[in-house]
Ligand binder design. Structure first.
Ligand code: UDX
Length: 479
């Protein structure tokens, strides 16, 4: 009897970080011989095609194709100031009927081709509704949770925290420790909690989405995470008590590079950026001494007030350490980044610093001139820094960043968690601490983790095996 050939639909959240890691997973699936459809929003697809070589890169995989849908927002909406919750719900209104249609097989691709039926859906973990739709249509669903596993584990504990009365918070003390998050006793404070301003979970939209995701997990055929056993082993065991088929396949960017090298496929400039990368940052780094520069970037969405930007700038300048800073056009909270403001900042530190609006981050972190990373603790940035063995200073803004930064400082001990007090003197001290005073200690633990990350994606490593197992399971589920 003929079985349908395995055909996977990948559907990322419409933001930079998940698009990066889902495209990496898509390419790994292509290398494993699966047919892959990547569902992107029209808006992000336009940016991706404008700023990357993704189209020509994926041309080598004839069984890969992009599909696009609207994100539900009007075309003229600039999106830079759209609230995340608003974007998620406007996309949901479009994605729900689209998923039903595409899973029935009644939707043909833009070029009119008839496609093999989809046999597995891999949505972002936050698209809990895709799980219901897959179950309704009899198509297996294996969500990919692109946030940090430490945050996912907290999400899974939310029902217990509500029951125990630990949330919503009573009183304003942010240093109160949680008692009902297994594996994090004595570690997790309210200020590290993803929704640290939580007053009422029933009205907090983010907490509500997280709760819906938690409810959907037992209905899934598995769960994909961008981590590796040696980093998150204890948490993975806890997560597996909710979802036994949890595949820890990361760090995905390194996994992909390793697989391409094994297959002797040239690793071209493999950016998935939604902004134009400024490669002059690499030329500037080429002229700096080894491990002398701290790289400063707050990811693709986090914003800072003008006062915070100035505190960081003064702290960095006063530290006397060289720095490379990514000042995105939407970094300033509530307003467009004023060109004159950035120019003045750049002018005031030009002997020892360089400012760009978007950098080729993986290349920057791999550069020998980089000695540390001042980061917002987004999960991709954290994994990219771990792979390169670069210690971090963490300025976490929201959601998983708040708990990831706690793990960087207290569990993995590969950096310091600055959290909540943005003060030039603290910044100066932390930069000196990371880059000079305690450099050897941080470097040693960061390099140790980097070695473990590399081993995990090598033949027989835990992430290598998890990916093989995932591909096998997708094939079995397709029968
Ligand atoms: C968002 C949330 O902020 C984060 O908490 C969550 O873990 C994932 O979603 P984002 O702000 O995009 O993430 O941060 P991060 O996960 O660090 O991803 C940013 C990506 O953009 C990285 O892969 C990084 O390499 C890339 N990047 C960033 C660049 O290529 N150039 C830059 O200048 C900055």
């Amino acid at each position: 009897m003929d079985h349908p050939s395995p055909h996977v639909l990948l559907f990322p959240l419409p933001i930079q970080s998940p698009i990066n890691s889902m495209l990496q997973l898509a390419e790994l699936f292509c290398l494993a011989g699966l047919q892959v459809t990547f569902l992107n929003t029209n808006h992000n697809q336009k940016l991706l095609l404008r700023y990357t070589n993704v189209e020509s890169r994926f041309r080598q995989y004839p069984r890969f194709r992009f599909r696009t849908i609207s994100d539900g927002l009007p075309e003229e909406n600039p999106r830079s100031s759209v609230q995340f919750g608003e974007l998620i719900s406007s996309l949901q209104a479009v994605a729900e009927p689209f998923l039903r249609e595409i899973l029935i097989g009644s939707s043909s691709s833009s070029d009119g081709d008839t496609e093999a039926p989809l046999t597995c859906v891999i949505p972002d973990g936050l698209f809990y509704y895709a799980v219901d739709i897959g179950n309704e249509m009899g198509v297996p669903v294996i969500p990919f949770d692109t946030i940090s596993p430490c945050c996912l584990w907290i999400y899974l504990c939310i029902p217990k925290l509500i029951q125990a009365g630990e949330i919503p918070f009573k009183g304003n003390d942010l240093d109160v420790l949680f008692e009902n998050v297994a594996g994090m006793q004595g570690l997790l404070r309210r200020r590290d909690f993803p929704f640290y301003r939580l007053i009422d979970y029933a009205t907090d939209p983010y907490c509500q989405i997280a709760l819906k995701e938690v409810e959907s997990i037992p209905q899934c055929n598995g769960l994909i995470l961008n981590t590796f056993e040696d980093l998150d082993g204890p948490l993975l065991s806890l997560i597996r008590s909710h979802c036994p088929q949890t595949y820890a396949t990361g760090p995905l960017h390194l996994h992909l590079k390793t697989k391409l090298a094994d297959k002797r496929i040239p690793i071209s400039a493999s950016s998935n950026s939604l902004w134009e990368e400024d490669h002059s940052s690499i030329q500037w780094l080429d002229a700096q001494p080894i491990e002398s520069v701290i790289y400063v970037s707050f990811g693709s969405m986090a914003t800072l007030s003008k006062e915070e930007i100035l505190e960081f700038w003064h702290g960095l300048v006063n530290s006397g350490i060289r720095f490379l800073w990514v000042m995105r056009s939407n970094l300033l909270r509530g307003e467009e980044m004023n060109h004159q403001f950035v120019k003045e900042l750049a002018e005031g530190c030009k002997e020892r610093a360089y400012i760009v609006s978007w950098a080729p981050q993986e290349k920057v972190l791999a550069h020998s001139a980089i000695g540390g990373f001042l980061t917002h603790s987004g999960w991709n940035s954290t994994m990219e820094s771990i792979v390169q063995g670069k210690p971090m200073i963490c300025w976490a803004v929201y959601v998983d960043q708040r708990v990831t930064s706690r793990f960087v400082g207290e569990v993995w001990k590969i950096g310091v968690d600055m959290k909540d007090t943005c003060d030039r003197y603290i910044i100066e001290k932390m930069v000196k601490d990371l880059m000079v005073t305690n450099r050897d200690e941080f470097k040693k633990s960061a390099e140790k983790l980097s070695i473990l990350a590399k081993e995990s994606v090598g033949e027989g490593g835990s992430s290598y095996n998890a990916l093989e197992c995932l591909v096998d399971d997708i094939k079995k589920l397709s029968r």
